[in-house]
Structure formats: C-alpha cells, structure tokens
Design a protein around this ligand. Structure first.
Ligand code: ADP
Ligand code: MG
Length: 340
C-alpha cells in the first residue's frame, strides 16, 4: 500500500476516538469550554440520553463570527500560544481538539455572539463537512448543538447503551462538575422536561451543594479540611470513618479545579484511613488540591483524566499527613466525649 496523507475529516474522526467515547464525553468537553469562556449559567438540553441531541448554551464571552471556522479546526485554540503557556495552563482546555472531533462524528452547529459585538453568527458542520458562516441571532455567549452522535461511525454507535445508562453517565459527570463549580448555575433538561437544576451559590462549595450532590447522610458525617503548606493547599470534605462505602463511588479529587484520578493521591488517602476503616471498605471524600500549575503536567492524557506531578512524593505525604491529622482529631474528640 502506498503512503498517503489522510483527509482532515478522517484525522478528526480518529482523534474523536480518543476523547469522545459517549454522549457524556461531549457534555464534558462542551461544558468545559463554557467554563473556560467565563460562563455564569449553562443550559444543557438532552434528548434520548444525549444520543439524539445535546444542546449546550452559555453566557460566556462568545466567539467572533470571523473565528467560527477556526474554532472547529484542529489544533486551533485561544488558550495557549507557546510551550511556556502550556506549562502554566490554567484553563480546562488547551488542545484545540474537542470541537473538530465532535463535529466530525455528529451533525453539529456552533452559534455565538462575542462580548461587545452586535453580530451573532452560526456555522454548521455535518459529519465533518464544514458549511458557511451565516448570521443568526443569539444573545452574548455560545450555543453548541450536537445531533445524532456517531451517525457516521456505526462501529461506535453500536457501543452506545440504553438511554438511561447514557443519561446516568452524563449526570455523574455533571455532579463531579457541580461540586467543583458551585458558583455556576447549571440547568439540565431531558426529553423536553427539566430534570435537574444546580443553582449558582457563590464562590465556596456550600454544604447545600454537598448535600444535593452526595446526599444528606454524607453531608451529616463530614469533616471540613483546609490545610496549606509547601506551596500546596488541600481543602474540601472527608467522611468520618463511620460513614464508609462498599465501593469507591463517592471519591472526588480535583487538582487545580480539574477532576482527575491519581493513583498516588488515592493511595495516600487510603493509607490515612487504614487504621480507622474496616478492611475492604472505602472512604468518601471531595478534595481539592491547589498548587502552582507549573508543578503539575496536565498534558498526559487526551481526555485529561490524569496528571503528572513534578514532586509526587511530597504531595503524597502532604495529603497523607493532612488527612491523618484530621482523622486523629475525630478519634481524640470521640474518646474525650466531645461531640464532633
Ligand atoms: P480548546 O478548548 O482545547 O481550546 P476546543 O476545540 O474545545 O479546544 O475549542 C476551540 C476554541 O473555540 C477554544 O479555544 C475557544 O476559543 C473557542 N470556544 C469553544 N467553545 C467556546 C465557548 N463555549 N465559548 C467561547 N469560546 C469557545
Ligand atoms: Mg475545549
């Protein structure tokens, strides 16, 4: 076979294979874009578990009409311009891949009005074929519509699950997001009916949202954590040992606001609980680690589920000691008969 350059649409479809697994991945990428654009309110309309339709509308800063074709081009991003920017990146996105990937495997429309401009415009992309920019009314902000996900990739479409299951994945991801961004209002509808509303409640994760996201029992059994040192800050909530789970289903970890999985930090948390949990039981927590973005590499995984720390050992020990201290206090309190 001769070597040939692949067409752009196919390149985008291959990239989509890495980042777009199911409707929940589309919701994640689009909501992250809305957050990066400074949205205060995000409306998410879904049909048939997101397979038929995902429509995400935000009130962020918007995209200039002239830049709409760039927004759906591969490796085009407004978020970084150099390796130095990448190393200190503070936005959720930076790869410039989500929109072209999604647009190559769906019937896609991007409509936006840039802050401070009068002209709103729209661009349709059908299975990767990019149309013309057309004027279309829109308030400040952006709406992205994704219809018939994987209509042109039967192999992927086959792996989609029942509507309830796909919706469940979307809801779980939105819960993860809502915990990290209590300042943003999220409204979700499914098949034309409002299904969930997260009210924007100010800057700090309130107990109200914690309660809404993880249930009353969790909220009643938590310890508030907030500890800083060595340029690190760890804050959030951990469950008292008496509240524990059979599975790791209530473990939320964020690094600089991004939900991640990290083996070393999970290990540190497990160690801290080792003496106070029965074997095989899992702790529950919502923890935020903040550090200088230069100390953590977020460009490890196309979907950015994992990060790499420059000083992983130090961070492991910091998390371990912070939690161990907090848990030791509860035991001391319990022994002295002090109500926690
Ligand atoms: P990335 O987020 O990695 O930059 P995307 O493909 O997700 O790549 O988006 C490409 C670009 O389109 C972004 O850099 C941003 O400039 C613009 N964009 C996408 N979604 C929005 C949005 N909701 N509001 C404003 N700009 C957006
Ligand atoms: Mg993005």
């Amino acid at each position: 076979m001769t070597i040939r350059q692949l067409p752009d649409t196919l390149i985008n479809q291959i990239a989509a294979g890495e980042v777009i697994e199911r409707p929940a991945s589309v919701v994640k990428e689009l909501v992250e874009n809305a957050l990066d654009a400074g949205a205060r309110r995000i409306d998410i309309d879904l049909e048939e578990g997101g397979v038929r339709l995902i429509r995400i509308r935000d009130d962020g800063k918007g995209i200039d009409a002239g830049e709409l074709p760039l927004a759906v081009s591969r490796h085009a991003t407004s978020k970084i311009a150099s390796l130095d920017d990448l190393e200190g990146v503070a936005t959720l996105g930076f790869r410039g891949e989500a929109l072209p990937s999604i647009a190559s495997v769906s019937r896609f429309a991007l409509t936006s009005r840039r802050q401070g401009t009068e002209q709103a415009a729209s661009l349709d992309v059908d299975g990767g074929r990019v149309g013309d920019v057309m004027p279309r009314p829109h308030p400040q902000g952006t709406t992205v519509e994704v219809r018939d996900l994987f209509f042109n990739v039967p192999a992927r479409r086959k792996f989609l699950k029942a509507e309830r299951t796909e919706l469940g994945h979307i809801e779980e991801w939105l819960r993860q997001l809502a915990l990290a961004r209590p300042d943003v209002e999220l409204r979700v509808s499914h098949n034309g009916k409002p299904s969930r509303r997260w009210k924007g409640e100010g800057d700090l994760l309130s107990e109200v949202r914690l309660h809404e996201a993880l249930g009353e029992e969790f909220a009643r059994n938590v310890l508030r954590i907030d500890h800083a040192g060595a340029g690190l800050r760890l804050h959030g909530w951990i469950a008292q040992p008496a509240y524990n789970r059979a599975s790791a289903d209530q473990q939320y970890l964020y690094v600089n606001g991004r939900a991640v999985r990290d083996r070393s930090i999970s290990h540190a948390i497990k160690q801290a609980y080792a003496d106070v949990l029965f074997h095989g039981r899992q702790p529950a927590y919502v923890l935020f680690l903040e550090l200088d973005p230069r100390r953590v590499d977020v460009n490890v995984h196309p979907a950015k589920h994992e990060v790499r720390f420059r000083d992983a050992r130090l961070i492991h020990d910091f998390v371990y000691r912070t939690l161990q201290d907090a848990l030791a206090h509860t035991r001391a309190g319990a022994i002295a008969g002090v109500a926690a």
